[in-house]
Design a protein around this ligand. Structure first.
Ligand SMILES: NC(=O)c1ccc[n+]([C@@H]2O[C@H](COP(=O)([O-])OP(=O)(O)OC[C@H]3O[C@@H](n4cnc5c(N)ncnc54)[C@H](O)[C@@H]3O)[C@@H](O)[C@H]2O)c1
Ligand SMILES: [Zn+2]
Length: 364
């Protein structure tokens, strides 16, 4: 099997541009990239037990301190207690301004380590090595970091752009199928909002994708990274264009919130959220019906989503009202206007939202 060539995308951030390097086995290039960017006289690796058990040995050659800092993994550890643990470990390791932190893990590790790096000594450089599909196509790029508060997800956070991102498709081999599939919904999102070719590609190569064939997966990661990079480069702080990334997220976040983050993987909730957004768009006359049908069949093709029949549309509507995406009382709802095109709606009504979520299977 031939290995797809390594791809490189540059993200421009207020703090300066940073590269995202994508491909099978690009972890091998990490040490050289850190040297080339003159990053970190000292390199400290932070990961989770689970990820490190799988992939730790691959980091032997990057010239980092021999012992990584390992924290618990999982959404329920994405909080300030774990941040304090990380601070303790950084103090103990005598991390100073010449230290670069290398975060190896999924979105939880990326958000936790990114936030700790943003605040320790008022900011140390961070390098992301995302190990879930979701983290590779989404969370490792863009500089949003943060942790949960008991009363809400991601309530505490900071913008802290990474200095380098290395997305190695070969680490996805060990990812549980459900986690992998959850990441694919975000790739579908990029297809709907920006690059319809992605929808064709997923449909046509779905078996190779699920086999984690690098030739099938790397192009998806590269295209997704390129799109996310373009969007956040143009609008780092989410005052306009970046909002298109919220397609499917108004309803998706609400579904996660009402089920207290236990029933869905993030991407699965976004799967439903995209379908609801498409139904809403069709009902309004802004979304072509064939696009709804195309995405519906693609999502069904990936496998079953967790059931939603026990979730009430009323509760989901209430949760939408509490969302961070409401700016000065206005909900900015992203709808699809064509394959690869979006329109922002600021006058979506309660009735439209409730109807749309009932269309995807919620009860009244
Ligand atoms: N900062 C952002 O812009 C942004 C964007 C989207 C999501 N997020 C955040 O990302 C988090 C979700 O991230 P996630 O979906 O990556 O979940 P996750 O980090 O919880 O990882 C999922 C599971 O996969 C395991 N895992 C990770 N890599 C593995 C590998 N290569 N092989 C085997 N197992 C592996 C983890 O140990 C964990 O059990 C959420 O907290 C969400 O808020 C942040
Ligand atoms: Zn998302």
């Amino acid at each position: 099997m031939s290995v797809p060539p390594l791809a490189r995308v540059t993200v421009s951030a207020a703090a300066g541009p940073y590269p995202v390097i994508i491909g099978a086995d690009v972890i091998e290039a990490l040490g050289g990239e850190l040297d080339a960017l003159k990053l970190g006289a000292r390199r400290l690796l932070v990961s989770s037990h689970r990820v490190w058990d799988f992939h730790g040995p691959r980091f032997r050659k990057i010239g980092a301190d021999r012992t990584p800092i390992l924290v618990e993994d999982g959404e329920r550890y994405k909080n300030l207690n774990t941040v304090v643990r990380l601070f303790d470990a950084l103090v103990k390791a005598k991390a100073d301004r010449s230290t670069v932190i290398v975060a190896v893990g999924g979105g939880v590790i990326g958000d936790l380590v990114g936030f700790s790096a943003a605040t320790y000594l008022r900011g140390l450089p961070v390098v992301h090595v995302p190990t879930t599909l979701l983290a590779q196509v989404d969370s490792a790029i863009g500089g949003k970091t943060g942790v949960n508060h008991p009363l809400g997800k991601n309530l505490i956070g900071a913008f802290h752009a990474p200095s380098l991102v290395v997305a190695d498709s070969s680490v996805l081999q060990t990812l549980p199928r459900r986690e992998f599939r959850a990441g694919l919904y975000e790739v579908i999102k990029y297809g709907v909002i920006r690059e319809p070719d992605l929808l064709d590609r997923i449909r046509d190569t779905v078996n190779a994708i699920f086999d984690r064939d690098g030739n099938a997966v790397s192009p998806l990661v590269t295209a997704s990274c390129r799109i996310k990079a373009e969007v956040v480069s143009a609008d780092e702080r989410e005052s306009g264009l970046r909002r298109i990334l919220n397609f499917g997220h108004t309803v998706g976040h609400a579904l996660e919130a009402v089920t207290t983050y236990k029933q869905f993987r993030h991407g699965e909730a976004i799967g439903y959220g995209m379908l609801a957004a498409l139904h809403l768009g069709v009902a309004r006359g802004v979304t072509p019906k064939p696009l709804l049908e195309e995405v519906e069949s693609l999502i069904t093709h990936l496998g079953p989503l967790p059931p939603v029949a026990d979730i009430s549309a009323k509760e989901v509507y209430a949760a939408i009202g509490r969302d961070k995406k409401i700016v000065s009382g206005t909900l900015h709802f992203i709808a699809a206007s064509d394959r690869g095109k979006t329109v922002e709606l600021t006058d979506v009504t309660e009735k439209e939202l409730k109807t749309a979520v009932r269309k995807v299977g919620l009860r009244a």
